[in-house]
Unconditional design. Structure first.
Ligand code: MG
Length: 162
């Protein structure tokens, strides 16, 4: 097998009057992530990890923030396009791991729903999807509850014919 990995990161500002979407799951919280799309930082980081794994242009190049087609778009569209790109390069997604960096809200009760949703999006088993949450102990923008960040790593592989 020919293996490749990709890394993604994203951060969005927390604002009033928006639903909080993380990993494609609605998380009940007083505020949500600002963004042209639904602001789902976890799915954006994941999209970039997948694109990066096959050396494709990043999410901002594929889905320019100024483009009205992506206004309020559900971020699963970006992941779907990234999975398609991985497939077009002859690779298959094998495993992903992610971290959400947020002081609030507590996310552990939503891990299963997020893993299930991401697994479905990537057509992989839930066991191959990791989701963790960390605070920054009050430091920096996540600590001040100004925003939420996410990191993702993706492993893709293709069978090499001898
Ligand atoms: Mg983003």
């Amino acid at each position: 097998m020919n293996y490749r990995v990709g890394l993604g990161f994203d951060a969005h500002r927390l604002v009033e009057g928006r639903d909080l979407m993380l990993g494609g799951v609605h998380i009940p919280y007083g505020r949500g992530l600002e963004g042209h799309s639904d602001g789902d930082a976890l799915l954006h980081a994941l999209t970039d990890a997948l694109l990066g794994a096959v050396g494709a242009p990043d999410i901002g190049s594929l889905f320019p923030p100024g483009d009205d087609r992506w206004k309020q778009a559900p971020s699963r569209l970006f992941v779907e396009k990234a999975v398609e790109t991985v497939g077009a390069k002859g690779y298959r997604v094998h495993q992903v791991d992610t971290v959400v960096i947020a002081e609030e809200p507590r996310l552990s009760g939503h891990f299963e729903a997020i893993r299930s949703n991401v697994a479905q999006l990537l057509s992989i088993s839930m066991d191959d999807v990791g989701v963790k949450a960390k605070t920054t102990e009050g430091m920096g923008f996540p600590g001040r509850r100004e925003g939420i960040a996410a990191q993702a790593i993706a492993l893709v592989a293709k069978r090499v014919t001898p």
